[in-house]
Design a protein around this ligand. Structure first.
Ligand code: AMP
Ligand code: MN
Ligand code: MN
Ligand code: MN
Length: 279
């Protein structure tokens, strides 16, 4: 039985395991094909590919791009990308620079709220990786502001809370374009997570498809079984492919372990249906 996991994070973004540790973790869990999809960064792909080759795991170059669409943040996963394709590499570098500025703004907001030292604290969690809200969350948990990262997000880091700052990410059109033009396939990540009404969701899916987007993430830790079935239906209706990914960030922090999630519903066309070789 093939076990394909096309969404996870390493220490290059906000995961807890290095690319090598992540691949070793995948191997133990019987994952046969893995895509590393760090937020806005492709810096872990070489290391992960080498580790995967050593373990006999098929490796797919991936990325998860942060996008602003109608005032919301969306995540677009790219699979099979060329990480060296200049428009993609340059576009991701711009997003990463924006994250530095955003981190300063988050820390300044938390300062006003009486929480001090969060920039240094989050930086220590980020190490050499990019700065994300999850690094702030880990720092705030360590400081005792909430019991776990989920609770910290709810209390401090989402819209309307003291540590939230609005931020402009890439456009949907740029993100899908960079992925496609680098030879990859664009996937809308965890679509049930976006706060969109039925019409806006439909408009998003149609716009995504018109831009060249090819797949919907149907199985993800963010979806209930009902939401997975709903998005499987959307994929079929729109002629889009279906993807499957754990969105694993690290042991003890993620809902699904690597490769440990339901199969795609039977009537979906998998995003990997035409990948050659050992799929
Ligand atoms: P960022 O891209 O820096 O805004 O951070 C987004 C990341 O924060 C996501 O990829 C998750 O890893 C994490 N995240 C977002 N919302 C939550 C939540 N409610 N609970 C736990 N982690 C979350
Ligand atoms: Mn993340
Ligand atoms: Mn995401
Ligand atoms: Mn993710």
């Amino acid at each position: 039985m093939l076990n394909i996991d096309l969404h996870c994070h390493s220490t290059v973004s906000d995961g807890l395991l290095t690319p090598t540790q992540l691949v070793e973790h995948a191997a133990v869990r019987g994952v046969s094909a893995l895509a590393l999809t760090d937020h806005d960064d492709v810096g872990g792909l070489d290391e992960a590919r080498q580790a995967a080759a050593a373990k006999g795991i098929r490796f797919i170059n991936g990325v998860e791009i942060s996008v602003s669409w109608r005032g919301q943040t969306l995540h677009i996963v790219g699979l099979g990308i060329d990480p060296e394709f200049p428009p993609l590499a340059q576009g991701l570098a711009v997003i990463r620079n924006g994250r530095v500025e955003r981190a300063r703004n988050i820390a300044a907001q938390l300062d006003k709220f009486g929480i001090h030292g969060s920039l240094e604290g989050a930086c220590a969690y980020a190490g050499n990786g990019l700065m994300g809200r999850l690094h702030f969350a880990r720092f705030l948990v360590q400081q005792g502001y909430a019991k776990d990262v989920k609770a910290v997000f709810k209390k401090y880091l989402v819209k309307g809370k003291p540590g939230y700052v609005p931020h402009q990410w890439a456009s949907l059109s740029d993100a899908v374009g960079w992925i496609r033009n680098s030879g990859g396939r664009a996937v809308i990540a965890h679509p049930a997570r976006y706060k969109l009404g039925k019409d806006a969701l439909d408009e998003l899916l149609l716009e995504f498809r018109a831009l060249g987007g090819e797949a919907i993430e149907v199985i993800t830790a963010s979806h209930t079984p009902e939401q997975s079935l709903l998005f499987a239906r959307h994929a079929r209706r729109l002629g889009l492919l279906a993807s499957r990914g754990s969105d694993f960030h690290g042991p003890g922090e993620s809902y699904f372990d690597l490769g440990r999630m339901p199969e795609l519903p039977a009537d979906c066309t998998p995003v990997w249906h035409d990948w050659n070789g050992a799929m």
